[in-house]
Design a protein around this ligand. Structure first.
Ligand code: GLC
Length: 454
């Protein structure tokens, strides 16, 4: 009897979360694109919009496609899709268009770095699930050449020697801004020419939930470095003081390549034969490159510091995106599952940094908190590799985070407290797209696990 009452209460709360999530997407919608959170992030962010499009798919399929179409308006002539598109001015965020000093060649101000290429994954999902298949095929056909050009840019411009690993020159590109992965690398960024700048993020969120000053100095110095060298990719490849092969970008790209192949075959395998062949060739080389991310010493996939050729030390949530790339190494997968099992005993999955490590900070941004978007990708990867039970644990824990911490930017894995920006777009989108449909199925596991956080 008690269980029934509890489930009923749970259902009501979850229904409210769905209402809230819809309201947040509407509130953050700027007409054709969605800001992650007004004030804190007042422009269009690349991988945010890719997740947001999935949330809109639940509400209005045509608006879902529009989110991606608007993002691709910011694409550069060389194929790069920037991590921020500044459709309008707004001085509540820094660095804004004035500091980046970059544009896409047709009048739109943008940042000069990219983001994990989630858009291809989203397009496959939108197309596969579409109620109106003709409409979705037209939309996907419009986006495909742009997506292809973006992947080409990653594989050719960011991996000019064809090693199978794409390079990254700024932590913001990985989406995991102040991850522990970069802690030992950022002090190398020279600060001698750092021009004065004013932080805006700490006007919106407590400083102890954001990157610290030394990290921010390095972030800004890199932005200035890009601008001072005319956004010359060949120059960065040789000279960037920060040069890494990141887990997030490389694993997501491998999965997105496969999803683009699916899209092209679904649309017209003959018409896109050349693109399909090229995507398959890139993917084959990537599979070789991804092997180099395995750090046997730590028993985990970790980013490579390309300045020294060594793996970064410590285990972050990016490790588990390897499931998404389906590398088919059962022994390694089991080792990753063991790590997740032990983290599960400490708190909510998946903390952005190892909760057993002295540097773990449960409230600080990418140094410990749980992020819904990373959990969603890990969940998809675990399921596709057959680890259904662990996937379920990740879904249950994310549900606890959102139900206790609302649709916040990120969550404390030890308490489930919501942190960072409130009423966040991508968290809302993934509630609607991923978690809300699972609520009945997960109710029993949820009730058992949530007690740990009461
Ligand atoms: C922060 C996150 C990044 C995200 C952006 C907008 O910079 O680290 O991943 O894209 O906010 O939400």
């Amino acid at each position: 009897m008690k269980a029934v009452c509890y489930a009923d209460k749970l259902f009501r709360k979850m229904t409210n979360l769905s209402t809230l999530a819809r309201e947040v997407l509407q509130k953050n919608d700027r007409g054709g694109y969605t800001v992650p959170r007004p004030g804190l992030y007042p422009f269009q962010w690349n991988w945010d919009s890719s997740f947001v499009s999935l949330g809109f798919a639940v509400i209005d399929e045509s608006r879902a496609w529009e989110e991606l179409e608007t993002l691709f308006k910011g694409q550069w002539a060389n194929g790069m899709v920037p991590h921020i598109v500044f459709h309008k001015d707004d001085d509540s965020y820094s660095p804004g268009p004035g500091q980046w000093g970059a544009h896409n060649g047709s009048g739109l101000n943008t940042s000069a770095i990219s983001n994990p290429p989630v858009a291809g994954i989203s397009v496959k999902r939108l197309l596969k699930d579409a109620e109106d298949q003709d409409f979705a095929r037209r939309k996907a056909a419009g986006l495909f050449p742009k997506l292809y050009a973006w992947h080409k840019w990653f594989h050719e411009v960011r991996d000019p020697e064809g090693t199978g690993l794409v390079m990254t020159y700024h932590p913001w590109e990985t989406g995991r801004d102040n991850s522990h992965d970069w802690k030992s690398l950022l002090p190398r960024v020279p600060l001698d020419n750092l021009r004065p700048y004013k932080r805006k993020d700490t006007e919106h969120v407590d400083a102890d939930q954001r990157p610290d000053k030394s990290e921010y100095d390095a972030f800004m110095a890199l932005v200035q470095f890009f601008r001072d060298h005319g956004f010359d990719e060949a120059y960065f490849y040789e000279n960037s003081p920060f040069k890494i092969a990141d887990t997030t970008i490389n694993f997501i790209l491998a999965k997105a390549d496969l999803d683009l192949i699916w899209v092209a075959e679904h649309l017209d395998a003959d018409k896109y034969a050349a693109e399909i062949a090229q995507l398959k060739a890139w993917h084959k080389v990537s599979l070789k490159g991804l092997e180099r991310l395995w750090d046997a010493e730590q028993g985990a996939y970790t980013p490579l510091d390309m300045k020294t050729g060594k793996h970064v030390k410590g285990i972050s949530s990016g490790t588990f995106l390897s499931f998404l790339a389906d590398l088919d190494h059962k022994d390694r997968e089991h080792r990753q599952i063991e790590i997740l099992e032990s983290w599960h005993e400490k708190g909510l999955l998946v903390p952005s940094y190892d909760p057993e490590h002295a540097d773990f900070e449960p409230q600080r941004y990418w140094m410990g908190p749980v992020w819904t978007v990373v959990n969603y990708l890990i969940y998809e990867g675990l399921n596709s590799c057959g680890y259904d039970e662990m996937a379920r644990k990740v879904a249950v824990d994310t549900m606890i985070a959102l139900k206790k911490g609302s649709v916040s930017e990120y969550f404390n894995p030890l308490t489930a407290e919501g942190l960072g920006g409130k009423d966040f777009s991508w968290t809302s989108a993934l509630w609607l797209y991923w978690l809300a449909p699972l609520q009945d199925n997960l109710a029993a596991d949820y009730s058992a696990r949530v007690q740990m956080f009461e």
